[in-house]
Write a protein that binds this ligand. Structure first.
Ligand code: M6R
Length: 613
């Protein structure tokens, strides 16, 4: 996820771009850059780091006579490490056009190969740079930027919001959108472009939205919108009433809620580019994960902390059940101080949103010293854990701002699902295409589930937000989900919550059951006999007058009879159960914490990235 801004008009261009970028920094912050005109020539300034570092660089260079149009970009690396060379804007060989991009170009490797064969020279390892060279290539037989830009964009596969300016036509900004957000701010004799509304609010509240597949040509006086075939279309102007602070969170009161609701998109991006839609095969090769890695693997260690550890627990169920390799899951802080049995036939998987967690990193180094191969699942490109791994599979969740992890977890689980299906195909030549289709349908299904269940969970939270203790119970692949639900509740609402394996309850925690201690029980019909067993545990709670909040499969009649509260989850595949069941637990924790007036995005005593022991 990156942030883009554009401006055309009479104002001083650099302050407008910087102001916009500051308001988009939540979308990504590993490098930034701007491009504008001086004496009819394009001038680029880029810097690795945060927006304030770019500002310092601009201040050092003191560019005189800077004029609009201009573009700015704050980057969240997906292809190519965070660096000045990979920072946007990117240019073509002639350096007479420059562009910024948000999204992922899936066919960039193919396009890059073809363009290199035609003599184009690349100066970054980003997917974005191919777009600049592709426009340059099309300009060889088109006499205007519009036609070259439209033709180039029609060759792109994947997600993009692109803005381009050029020395050839310096009175226009060219915009294209597909599956990545972009919005145009309409002014008087000036116009603005941004990834998100907050960047526009200091300048205008009148905006135009672009739909997937559409283009726009933005000049000082007008905004022209075109459909994917190049036909001009009318687009109405919408008046925005948000205040600036709430707009940064996309209108959500907290980043946590925004991030919960972003999960369908985050999952879609994590799947994108790893599934060949023609063959329905999973492809990790371009990320450096070769099948040879698995030839010698006799055992897998998954090591992580907190929520990432729970994703690791899910992996154990997926991989042991269907791939047949033993998987040990360890808390990194424990793993690093015991004597794990590791050799060169061991695969060590580190799971970390930040890629900087000190204990996970120490575990990784220990395993590496003992000869294990290191695979990591990280969200932050170029993080220390990612850099020290043999192979990295990135979750494409975008920046996670809220301390309580949500979309990082579900995308980690998605990577593990892909990995387990990949290994089933590799080891047993199993046809997993149906499973992959189900995965591809998951984002849309999850989206409508979230929309349906949010109001119900809000009502349930109103009835339970004053309790002091809660139990979370689940079995099998939903056991880690019970742990994760309890972790979410305790960290943001400060209610004492214990996650337990439901079958273990009668060995101790059952003593806690009383009228004021609700048990949140997760049970899915898809788990067959496990579902029946969890139902018996629910009966045990009920018979001791303990309230039951049941998070169960749609149509689970047995629970309707005994539960005090019922949250029905759509039926799905075994692999996807952790995704569909964790979301209502995230929402429940969120709604309860909101009713208790807690500082949800920054809970007390916690830090987003734990870089010390
Ligand atoms: O960045 P990491 O995934 O390595 O972080 C691990 C934990 O610190 C993190 O998951 C923490 O437990 C979150 N607060 C959970 O919401």
């Amino acid at each position: 996820m990156c942030g883009i801004v554009g401006y055309i008009g009479e104002r001083e261009v650099i302050p407008v771009l910087i102001e916009g970028l500051r308001r988009l920094e939540y979308r990504g912050y590993d490098s930034a850059g701007v491009v504008f005109f001086i004496d009819s020539r394009l001038e680029l300034i880029k810097k690795k780091g945060r927006i304030f570092e770019l500002e310092e660089e601009i201040f050092k260079r003191l560019p005189k006579g800077a004029k609009a149009p201009g573009l700015g970009h704050t980057r969240w690396a997906t292809h190519g490490e965070p660096s000045e060379a990979n920072a946007h804007p990117h240019t073509d060989c002639t350096k007479t056009l420059a562009l910024v991009h948000n999204g992922i170009i899936e066919n960039y490797q193919q396009l890059k190969k073809e363009l290199k064969e035609k003599g184009h020279e690349f100066s970054s390892s980003t997917d974005t740079e191919v777009i600049a060279h592709l426009v340059e290539e099309h300009l060889k037989n088109k006499d205007n930027i519009k036609d070259a830009f439209f033709s180039a964009v029609s060759e792109l596969k994947g997600a993009y919001a692109v803005c381009l300016i050029s020395e050839k036509e310096p009175d226009k900004i060219f915009v294209a959108r597909n599956q990545s957000p972009v919005v145009i701010g309409v002014g008087e004799g000036e116009n603005f472009i941004a990834s998100d509304i907050p960047a526009l609010l200091p300048f205008t509240r009148r905006v135009m939205f672009l739909n997937d597949g559409e283009f726009a040509i933005v000049s000082r006086e007008k905004v022209e919108v075109f459909d994917s075939k190049g036909n001009k279309i009318e687009r109405e102007i919408t008046e925005i009433s948000w205040d600036i602070a709430s707009a940064e969170k996309g209108g959500y009161p907290h980043f946590m809620l925004k991030e919960i609701c972003e999960q369908p998109d985050a999952i879609k991006h994590t799947l994108l580019g790893r599934i060949n839609l023609d063959t329905m095969e999973i492809d990790f090769e371009k990320e450096g994960l070769l099948k040879e890695l698995f030839e010698r693997v006799k055992k897998i260690f998954v090591v992580a902390c907190g929520t990432s550890y729970h994703a690791g627990m899910v992996a154990k169920y997926l991989i042991e059940k269907d791939v047949g390799i033993p998987v040990e899951v360890d808390l990194a802080s424990e793993f690093r101080y015991r004597s794990p049995l590791i050799d060169e036939n061991t695969l060590f998987i580190a799971v970390s949103q930040s890629g900087e967690t000190a204990d996970t990193l120490a575990g990784l180094r220990l395993a590496k010293n003992k000869g294990a191969k290191i695979l990591s699942i990280c969200n932050v490109l170029g993080s220390t854990i990612a850099r020290e791994s043999d192979v990295v599979l990135y979750t494409q969740a975008g920046p996670e701002i809220s301390v309580a992890s949500t979309k990082a977890f579900t995308t980690q689980v998605i990577v593990f699902i892909l990995l387990s299906l990949y290994l089933r195909r590799l080891f047993f030549n199993e046809d997993v295409s149906q499973k992959i289709k189900t995965l591809l349908d998951a984002p849309t299904k999850l989206q409508s589930f979230i929309e349906r269940v949010r109001p119900d969970i809000n009502e349930i939270a109103k009835r339970w937000y004053t309790v002091k203790n809660a139990l979370y119970l689940g079995r099998n692949i939903l056991y880690p989900i019970a742990l994760e639900g309890a972790l979410k509740l305790k960290e943001i609402s400060y209610i004492h919550a214990e996650g337990y394996a439901a079958g273990e309850m009668k060995h101790g925690p059952i003593a806690l059951i009383e009228e004021n201690v609700p048990s949140v029980i997760v049970a899915a019909k898809e788990t067959g006999i496990i579902y029946e067993k969890t139902l018996s545990n629910a009966e045990e709670v009920k018979s001791r007058r303990g309230p039951v909040i049941a998070v169960v499969s749609e149509g689970a009649e047995e629970f309707k009879r005994l539960a005090d509260e019922l949250i029905e989850v759509p039926l799905t595949s075994y692999e996807l159960l952790p995704i569909f069941y964790v979301v209502p637990l995230q929402l429940l924790a969120y709604e309860i914490a909101a009713l208790r007036g807690c500082d949800i995005d920054k809970p007390r005593n916690l830090a987003k990235s734990v870089t010390v022991e």
